[in-house]
Write a new protein. Structure first.
Length: 434
């Protein structure tokens, strides 16, 4: 009883902090979008399965799960996300689904994690199963799910040592609110989750992202070929994050000085940074165009294409001669650098890749990706690749062998989902409302 009182007191304090901070969040350029829905959650409707996918990467995971589920009769799925990019990906994926007759899907932004709001949202949605993808560990949400006896699982779970250190400030809270099951993507992640929630809840799984690396876009089917000739020196700077923008600007300047004919595809990770890059490219006197303003004709050599449309990064990778993947030049943990590999490209990243440490150093030892120490090393590596294009066939075969050996996560996750939705499986968990 004392333990439960402490937990409830902590949740009340957490809710009080949210109540004070929520009005200020409207000033955030990313959060002001859909702000009223984020504040109240009243837009969300009942569903049998609720999947929370933080942003773009997790949105693709959610779509992969529902596409591969064995049909559950008349099941309705709600997918929520934190970002506009995630929402756009999910909406587009819902429209193109192939098993739409058996499983219906809706989507929306997830509300802020204020406990009183989350409890109302959980009661309104009333899910049979809650699926949290990767690192979506929120106290208000977990508390509401526990109080309302909702089975909860983490799939494709990962947690960094730094995050674990923060969570362990109050281990009692997380032990009480922990999910029913966790599928972690590496042994290290499994151990960290076990420290946080208990060993009995944790299993390992292959990362679902390996299953997603199977759709190769051929040149003839690539709609971007209208703008980028097959023979052009095309460089992709993918998923560039705000804290590393100055370093990426230096890379652009270096490339332009040494290989002025290079066409550069610049992909900011977040669309609200487009205006910054417009001003920057203008300041450095670069020849540039917005992707949305391209006509059906090839862009001139030496042009920087500023990508202000979402969902085309994979198509750009398919045409690239060299690739840098961002989120890696400052301590941000890195973005997904697996995708270019299936096109025979050896992606170059910066020194920060903690979010993908589950891959292990073997990927660098095999020469399938390159880890550089700083922006200067990144620029030098990109120049070498652009000057001496790779023999992509052998590199592509090596990448495919590497990926194929690591598939199977989607099937394992879907089997767990099916088991938990079976009313004969296991007991339900409850939390004393005190």
């Amino acid at each position: 009883m004392i333990k439960q009182k402490k937990i409830i007191a902590a949740i009340r304090l957490y809710g009080f902090i949210w109540r004070l901070c929520t009005p200020l969040l409207r000033l955030n350029p990313r959060l002001k979008d859909n702000f009223e829905n984020r504040r109240s959650g009243q837009h969300l409707k009942p569903a049998d399965i609720w999947i929370q996918a933080a942003s773009a990467g997790e949105a693709y995971l959610a779509l992969s799960l529902i596409e591969n589920m064995n049909p559950f009769p008349t099941f309705h799925v709600l997918i929520t996300t934190n970002t506009r990019q995630g929402l756009d990906i999910i909406k587009k994926g819902i429209e193109s689904r192939s098993n739409g007759g058996q499983i219906t899907v809706e989507c929306g932004v997830i509300p802020f994690d204020r406990p009183s709001v989350m409890e109302q949202v959980v009661q309104r949605i009333c899910p049979k199963l809650m699926i949290l993808l990767e690192t979506e560990i929120w106290p208000g949400l977990l508390f509401a799910l526990k109080k309302n006896n909702v089975r909860t699982i983490i799939i494709n779970g990962r947690v960094t040592p730094k995050s674990l250190q923060r969570y362990m400030i109050w281990p009692l809270l997380w032990k009480a609110l922990g999910p029913d099951k966790i599928l972690a993507i590496s042994g290290d992640d499994a151990n960290r989750f076990a420290t946080l929630f208990g060993q009995d809840k944790v299993q390992k799984m292959p990362n679902i992202k390996f299953d997603q690396l199977q759709t190769v876009i051929n040149y003839t089917d690539n709609h971007l070929k209208a703008y980028i000739p097959e023979t052009s020196a095309f460089l992709v700077l993918g998923s560039v994050r705000q804290p590393e923008e100055h370093q990426v600007e230096n890379i652009i300047q270096n490339i332009r000085s040494n290989l002025s004919e290079t066409i550069i595809g610049l992909f900011p990770r977040h669309m609200h940074r487009i205006k910054y890059w417009e001003q920057t490219l203008h300041r450095i006197n670069a020849r540039w165009k917005l992707r949305s303003e391209l006509n059906n004709e090839s862009v001139a050599e030496g042009t920087v294409i500023l990508w202000d449309t979402f969902g085309e990064l994979n198509s750009a990778y398919a045409l690239a001669k060299a690739v840098f993947v961002g989120g890696s030049l400052t301590p941000l943990g890195g973005q997904n650098f697996l995708e270019p590999m299936i096109y025979g490209i050896t992606p170059i990243i910066g020194p920060s890749w903690e979010n993908f440490a589950w891959i292990g150093n073997d990927i660098f030892n095999q020469g399938l990706a390159i880890k550089a120490e700083n922006w200067q090393s990144v620029a030098s590596g990109l120049i070498r690749q652009l000057q001496r294009p790779q023999t992509t066939d052998s590199q592509k075969k090596a990448a495919i062998r590497y990926i194929e050996a690591r598939k199977g996560g989607t099937q394992q996750a879907c089997e767990l989902i099916e088991d938990l939705l079976n009313p004969k499986s296991g007991k339900r968990f409850s939390f004393n409302k005190g």
